[in-house]
Write a protein that binds this ligand. Sequence first.
Ligand code: ATP
Ligand code: MG
Length: 423
Amino acid sequence: MQSIRGMHDILPDEIEYWQHIYLTAIKILGLAGYREIRTPILEQTSLFSRSIGEGTDIVNKEMYTFTDRNNRSLTLRPENTASIARAIIEHKLLFNQQIQKLWYLGPMFRYERPQKGRQRQFHQLGIECCGSYSALADAEIIYLAKQFLDILNYHDYKIEINSLGSIKERKEYQIVLKNYLQTYIKDLDTDSQIKLELNPIKILDSKNNQVQAILSDAPKLISYLNINTLKHLDNVQEYLHKLDIQYSINYNLVRGLDYYTNTVFEIKTQELNTQYTICGGGRYNQLIETLGGSPTACTGWAIGIERLLLLIKNKIAIKSTQLVFYIATQGHEAIKYALTFLKYIQEQQLKFEIDFSNKSFHKQIKKANQQNALICLLIGEDEVINNCVTLKWLQENNQITIKNTEFIVTLQQIKNLTTQYKI
Ligand code: ATP
Ligand code: MG
């Protein structure tokens, strides 16, 4: 049996990096007042088709949708923002005009062509700041994305921002853009021809050079944005300056989901090809209303963890915990006697491993050496009879036998030693 195409196991050696990312998120986002939220992986299909948008790639070709035994159409979440908006409405989290600052990390599912940095099950770390129209919230989330990457020692990226205006402003612009592109329809690639019908604005970030050449003379969205929208973008920029954040404006930046309004941004790596947008986000002032809640302004982003790890894995130094005790026993009575020490070892939070083999001490000591243990604990018939334990310090090749009561006291000293020398 093999895992499904585009869905990968994350093995123990790899998981250490994931734990590092998770712990960094808890710390950095926690300090900024963001709290973790976990929503179910399965949702009603309509949640995504209504929020992400009928004309988007995600809804049209990428969703894992099926009917369950009760004939309901369900979908494995392709992203988490819609689910969080649903949870906010369902649990009245914004009751009393509160602001909710939330973060999540979990698997998302999209039926895409698997390749480097693109899986069918992938993970996103994301934040959502809900309940404020302020440009300050946009600046803060961009600041946090940058801070998160900086703390992980990753600096080789660029930040691009744009404004998509309100859904109304965008609708007006789409009509003008569509009319313009209609005259060049034969010169557009098939993908753009399809988008021209479904969602013309998505043509703006086409990777096709000929399409980009046609677009260079096209009407610009910025000319269709009203004064408040432009002011909002200005404010975001002013705050970013004050936060010492380098960015550029990319008027062609559109995002794959329909629910964005006003600010959108992406963080792209400079190292690999253009596929490598590691973080995407923006403001979505109308989503909660669209899903039946009261009008709530929100802004947020998501980082693709697999893509991030491709870039930063070699920059993360994972320090594994030193194995302190390799517990070697000989015979049934010795095993039972050895087990009585486990609780004391664990009290001191010392890492241990029990040898299950019951082979000769010689062979068990060899194993202890292979595992780089600090001490091999030897417990045989003599130790049981005399209420003792034998400690063999492997590096020094030094062996002492002490009373069990003394051993328990010694554990504290060993603990101090491991902390002092950081072993
Ligand atoms: P792309 O243009 O690369 O398809 P997207 O715009 O669809 O990305 P978003 O929906 O904005 O991506 O998701 C935010 C981030 O999640 C992306 O920047 C990327 O890092 C990551 N991501 C998205 N889809 C995948 C995938 N199939 N495999 C791995 N990571 C992904
Ligand atoms: Mg995509």
